[in-house]
Design a protein around this ligand. Structure first.
Ligand code: MLT
Ligand code: MN
Ligand code: ZN
Length: 304
């Protein structure tokens, strides 16, 4: 299985257009050892030519141009992207669907019923796309059951609901339900190798831990280092956990959890621009290095 990180940043990307935080300021002025990052998305393929896109970020245009495997190959209209899985209905994971409106065939979109509802109500992207290429929506299992994607031979997928937070425009923002957010295992049927992808993860429930323990590579929520990171940066009072993101540091944090799972390659993704791990030379980044946790970047390729 081939995995391509298209965008490793959280909503807003890095640097964010209006942000002058310690990181955004320094990356703009060349004062930081690190890389800019576009918004959250990956692509996965068994054969390197037919790809499943996970999330459609507002930066999708430049992400696909930077990714030759996605370029059109045959005919006057074509793409290496054959289907799209949506993890949630957040702006950073769905807005790119509008940029795919020129498709000559309906977009094959795999998402939960909750995400479908958000994208036909509070953020009606599916409704809008009916005036362009149209959408074939396929409902995802929420209990860890398997699903397959026609035309994507060689990969099997398993999706489960997990605890994070629905976006502000969702009717369920303050009334969470199964399917607001999901995690997905991708399994290569020939090698048996497995990936777990969960860029928005607020709580390590038993089935989430079991999924993490069952795979060869983890791409999991790396949004915030500490719970009050945005407050400390003088941005706002919203805490990581209020936004559905488990911080990396501290008791019960992502580092502690990953420390109990010796097997898989561990990579953080969906990194917010305030997170000190974006600075390759920071002590926080050194802590991750010491325990073998990587930080995803745009263009990272993983072969499983
Ligand atoms: C999130 O994951 O919490 C979102 O990225 C927030 C946003 O895009 O505004
Ligand atoms: Mn996000
Ligand atoms: Zn910033």
């Amino acid at each position: 299985m081939k995995i391509r990180v298209l965008g490793a940043g959280a909503g807003g990307g890095f640097p964010q257009w209006n942000c002058n935080c310690h990181n955004c300021h320094r990356i703009r002025h060349g004062d930081m050892q690190g890389r800019s990052r576009t918004q959250s998305s990956i692509a996965v393929s068994a054969d390197g030519s037919r790809w499943v896109l996970f999330n459609a970020s507002p930066d999708i245009r430049s992400q696909l141009e930077a990714f030759p495997d996605a370029w059109p190959k045959t005919g006057v209209r074509d793409s290496g992207i054959k289907a799209i899985v949506l993890i949630d209905s957040q702006i950073d994971h769905t807005t790119g669907l509008l940029m795919l409106r020129e498709s000559t065939v309906p977009l094959e979109i795999y998402c939960s019923e909750m995400v479908r509802q958000d994208l036909t109500s509070g953020f009606p992207l599916f409704t809008m796309l009916q005036h362009y290429c149209g959408v074939n929506q396929h409902e995802l299992p929420l209990d860890g059951d398997a699903f397959t994607i026609p035309g994507i031979d060689g990969l099997r997928f398993y999706s489960h609901s997990l605890k994070s937070i629905a976006p502000p425009y969702s009717p369920r923002r303050h009334h969470p339900q199964d399917g607001d957010n999901i995690g997905v295992i991708v399994e290569d049927l020939s090698s048996g190798k497995r990936l777990y992808y969960a860029p928005g993860l607020g709580e390590i429930e038993p089935h989430v831990l079991a999924a993490m323990q069952s795979v060869d590579c983890l791409l999991v929520d790396g949004t915030f280092w500490v719970n009050d990171e945005m407050g400390r940066a003088g941005i706002c009072d919203k805490r990581a956990l209020d936004l559905g993101h488990l911080p990396q540091s501290g008791p019960g944090g992502m580092m502690e959890v990953l420390g109990t799972i010796p097997g898989p390659r561990k990579i953080l993704i969906h990194i917010n621009n305030t997170n000190p791990i974006l600075d390759d030379a920071s002590p926080e980044r050194q802590q991750l290095d010491t325990v073998g946790i990587e930080v995803a970047y745009d263009g990272l390729e993983i072969n499983l």
